[in-house]
Design a protein. Structure first.
Length: 546
């Protein structure tokens, strides 16, 4: 799974200027899905849905107040213990399970080491990587995703405290200080001090969040990014070599191509699309290294390989007129932009030599959530019957024994709200898409939501549509031409049918406690993972120690 990769960034999905030969060969020798959909347009809810086969609202991996993802490692929110991942079910079926790379589904609940949300608590036998996420802040980029917000909150708290102290002590202070030091001057000095403290604390927390773990131990804090790629590849190769004789599940969750686009020297300047293109081409090389290790260990013929991205490319990643995010091909919108196709249409490639037909292309609607029942049943496990599973078994569709996708309807959430829904009208060969709300982003089709890090799901910068927008994706995959009663005779009938399904779906969703809301997504110092005592978080890299 790539991070923030646009579907239009790959040669096998139409890109003619970026070089992705390894991923392209994967598609050439396997089955390529062209209508593959993420359950959310941002990473935490999308990855939760991928691992559990359930819409993120069912597990509480949403918020109601603008927090789209987990903001810090030092928060108690995360994938609840009650959720069942496909890793857990494969482990129960005798598979050795591993996760290498990004997690971003929480870590601790009550202490800095209880690891209640850790990958090892969700079915993985082995974990090596970032329990959080690669953020632009990790390298102090101008494209700060969290530092500014945290500093603003810290600054407000400190200002309130400072005003209270000044109010109580104003009389005594004015007697001790020169006459020229009026309360206004004192307030200005206090505000400057508050700003400095807030800025320092913000940088410190962000810096401390960029670290690597092996299982429950922090191995490198902060990360040295010039070595991260080689460390993750070495860990992947070691896992494959160690487990070549038994059944295994390995989830390689790349840190590429999320900002700050950490790229090794060998790939800097190689592409036609700046640092982002360099990072994509290095990602492809990493995929090739993993596939090459499978071949060397004699595992290619007995291993199902799946490649995807957690959601669409980030149009918001712009700095001084340059684009540092991905390209979503013909699809409108991008990461974080509600239900627009560019934020949720992702690559989907399955390869199993001698089992799956090489070169097969499937245009039917499918979902990342479908991986859950597909791999569980392939491994001889049983899909849980005590909860709603929204994913569907893809195996007949991949083999070609089924003509149509098992999905008739798919719902597209932005936080807790259904922004859009699609209806696969199989008998008519049409896929309808209805938008109830869309974020306002500028410039149209290419830009940002008024300087915000990620588009909002509600509020003044979101348009609620009455009547809803209607598109027919088989004719208009880029969602460029909204249909009207004058241009589409079935306009009202389609809206009514989709509305009926949306209402039925929402009534059937049993709300879980929100894990991404303010209460569980606010930084707590006692939950901050740290090699030493916060703020002195520093770990010597493993190879240096040796």
């Amino acid at each position: 799974m790539a991070d923030d990769l646009g579907i239009g960034d790959l040669g096998c999905y139409g890109n003619g200027t970026l070089r992705t030969p390894n991923i392209d060969r994967l598609a050439e020798h396997g089955v390529k899905l062209t209508h593959h959909i993420a359950a959310a347009s941002v990473c935490t809810p999308s990855r939760a849905a991928f691992l559990t086969g359930r819409y993120p609202i069912r597990s509480g991996m949403v918020s109601y107040n603008g927090y789209r993802v987990l903001q810090w490692t030092g928060v108690p929110g995360g994938l609840p213990a009650s959720e069942v991942t496909f890793a857990k079910l494969l482990k129960d079926s005798g598979y050795t399970t591993g996760l290498i790379g990004k997690w971003h589904l929480g870590l601790n609940c009550e202490t800095s080491s209880d690891h209640c949300h850790h990958p090892l608590s969700h079915g993985f036998d082995h974990f090596y990587g970032m329990p959080f996420s690669m953020m632009a802040d990790c390298q102090q980029w101008a494209l700060s995703e969290r530092r500014v917000g945290l500093q603003n909150r810290l600054r407000l708290c400190c200002q309130i405290l400072s005003l209270a102290v000044l109010t109580l002590a104003a009389g005594k202070l004015t007697r001790l200080l020169p006459v020229s030091w009026t309360p206004a001057v004192l307030l200005a000095i206090s505000a400057a001090a508050v700003f400095s403290i807030a800025h320092f604390l913000g940088d410190l927390i962000v810096y401390a969040d960029c670290f690597l773990m092996r299982n429950h131990d922090i191995t490198e804090q902060p990360m040295r990014f010039e070595r991260t790629t080689s460390l993750l590849l070495t860990e992947t190769e070691t896992f494959l070599k160690k487990n070549r004789r038994g059944p295994f599940l390995l989830f390689v969750s790349f840190l590429h191509v999320h900002t700050p686009l950490v790229t090794t020297r060998d790939f800097v300047g190689r592409s036609q699309h700046g640092l982002y293109g360099d990072n994509v081409e290095e990602l492809d090389w990493m995929v090739g290294q993993v596939l090459g290790r499978l071949e060397e260990e004699g595992l290619s013929a007995s291993t199902l390989v799946y490649f995807t991205s957690d959601h669409g490319g980030s149009l918001e990643s712009q700095l001084e007129g340059r684009q540092y995010g991905g390209w979503n091909g013909v699809y409108r919108g991008g990461k974080g932009m509600g239900g627009w196709e560019g934020g949720i249409r992702v690559p989907g490639i399955f390869r199993w030599p001698g089992v799956l037909p090489a070169g097969r292309v499937v245009h039917e609607p499918t979902s990342l959530m479908d991986v859950f029942p597909t791999v569980v049943q392939l491994a001889g496990g049983r899909v849980p019957q005590d909860r709603e599973i929204d994913g569907r078994d893809l195996w007949p569709l991949l083999l070609g024994t089924a003509r149509h996708s098992p999905h008739e309807f798919l719902f597209h959430y932005c936080e807790h709200m259904v922004h859009a829904a699609r209806w696969h009208q199989r008998d008519a060969g049409k896929v309808w898409k209805v938008h109830y709300a869309t974020p306002v982003f500028q410039p149209e089709g290419a830009g940002a939501c008024y300087g915000r890090g990620v588009c909002p799901c509600f509020g003044e910068n979101v348009t609620e549509h009455d009547p809803p927008l209607l598109f027919e994706l088989t004719r208009d995959p880029g969602e460029r031409h909204a249909l009207t009663p004058n241009t589409e005779p079935e306009f009202h009938a389609v809206l009514a049918r989709v509305r009926q399904e949306v209402d039925g779906h929402r009534q059937g969703v049993r709300l879980a406690f929100q894990q991404l809301g303010t209460y569980l997504n606010t930084w707590r110092p006692w939950l901050q993972p740290c090699c030493g005592r916060f703020p002195l978080c520093w770990c010597r890299p493993e190879d240096d120690a040796q």
